[in-house]
Design a binder for this molecule. Structure first.
Ligand code: GH3
Ligand code: MG
Ligand code: MG
Ligand code: MG
Ligand code: MG
Length: 309
């Protein structure tokens, strides 16, 4: 049967990426025919391969066979839910069993929906479309809640949650946790002289430079407030954090954004305060913010345009 491609993508912000998981290649083919070319379709024939693809490619939606040799669909979903990276992935179960019992097990396990085989391509397309709309809406909401619209970096709300999470993770793992507080120097004078729109643009460029120079996937830059940014560095000791702080200070300086009132440099610079918490972490996570703030204060008073621990 020829898929109806006409209006599938209407209302979706981009082409969706689906993962179809089934131990029988013929079943994958049927679903593939129903959903491509509207969707980018990834395929896996085992639970293990599905988990790997979920991690590497973060699909928008997973169509997951229940009965598979080895790891079955329920076990796959359980593992997806146990991992913060994949916890929110919507999963539609696909199964040959049509009993009420299997249906309720699928939904109780956390599946967002349930499709029975043999599949009806039109029904599959409609259900997939509905769940993609929901997925994109919840992505949008999450961005609105956690992303700063000016700089496109994470916002303070995200930072506070992430800090609490990394704090308890460090407590469990025993690894040090570092924090950089980064404040743009003489930024009031920049705005006064060049205007607020230029100030906004400078903030965007500073964030882009900082983000580019962070290497590890766990490192996060967030806008802490105004012209101040916080950079959280899991599993990073004080020396490594100081080295990174120096590199970040330099990368902002090398943007060479003219700033007539920045002192000797004549370009936009930042001051960086470095704090490190080493387990056992007996105080609360705000002690790390206080340490980084105190170091930032010393960097400002030591002449700005520098990083201090
Ligand atoms: P210092 O070197 O001591 O940090 O001096 P400063 O002038 O940077 O510090 P101050 O706290 O006096 O001023 C911060 C300035 O940052 C004032 C404020 O207008 C500006 N600012 C904060 N948020 C934004 C923003 O979103 N856009 C623009 N254009 N400016 C902002
Ligand atoms: Mg099967
Ligand atoms: Mg400042
Ligand atoms: Mg100030
Ligand atoms: Mg400030």
């Amino acid at each position: 049967m020829k898929p109806e491609t006409s209006d599938f993508l209407a209302g979706l912000p981009r082409q969706p990426r689906l993962l179809v998981v089934d131990d029988q290649a013929i079943q994958i083919q049927v679903l593939y025919r129903a959903l491509a070319p509207d969707c980018q379709v990834l395929m896996a024939t085992s639970g293990e391969a599905a988990l790997r693809l979920c991690h590497e490619r973060l699909p928008d939606l997973v169509l997951l066979d229940v009965e598979m040799p080895g790891m079955d669909g329920f076990a796959v979903l359980q593992q997806l839910k146990a991992d913060p990276v994949t916890r929110e992935l919507p999963v539609i179960f696909v199964t040959g069993h049509t009993s009420d019992d299997v249906e309720s097990r699928c939904l109780e396990a956390g599946g967002v929906d349930y499709i029975s085989k043999p599949i009806n391509p039109r029904v599959v397309r409609s259900r997939v479309k509905t769940h993609l709309m929901l997925k994109f809406q919840s992505d949008l909401l999450r961005d609105m809640v956690f992303v700063d619209p000016l700089t496109n970096s994470y916002n303070r709300r995200y930072f506070d949650q992430r800090l609490a999470m990394e704090w308890s993770r460090a407590r469990r793992s025993g690894a040090p946790l570092s924090l950089l507080m980064i404040d743009v120097d003489h930024f009031k004078a920049y705005n006064d002289h060049y205007g607020h729109p230029a100030g906004d643009q400078a903030l965007r460029e500073v964030v882009r430079a900082l983000t580019r120079h962070l290497q590890r996937p766990g490192d996060t830059v967030a806008r802490y407030g105004g012209e101040e940014f916080a950079c959280l560095l899991p599993e990073t000791d004080h020396n490594a954090a100081l080295m990174l702080a120096d590199r970040l200070e330099l990368c902002v300086r090398e943007l060479a954004l003219p700033h007539a009132f920045s002192g000797a440099a004549q370009v936009v610079t930042v001051s960086v305060g470095v704090g490190t918490a080493t387990p056992p972490l007996e105080d609360g996570e705000q002690s790390l913010v206080q340490d980084a703030d105190a170091a930032l204060y010393r960097a400002k008073h030591g002449g700005r345009g520098r990083a201090l621990g």
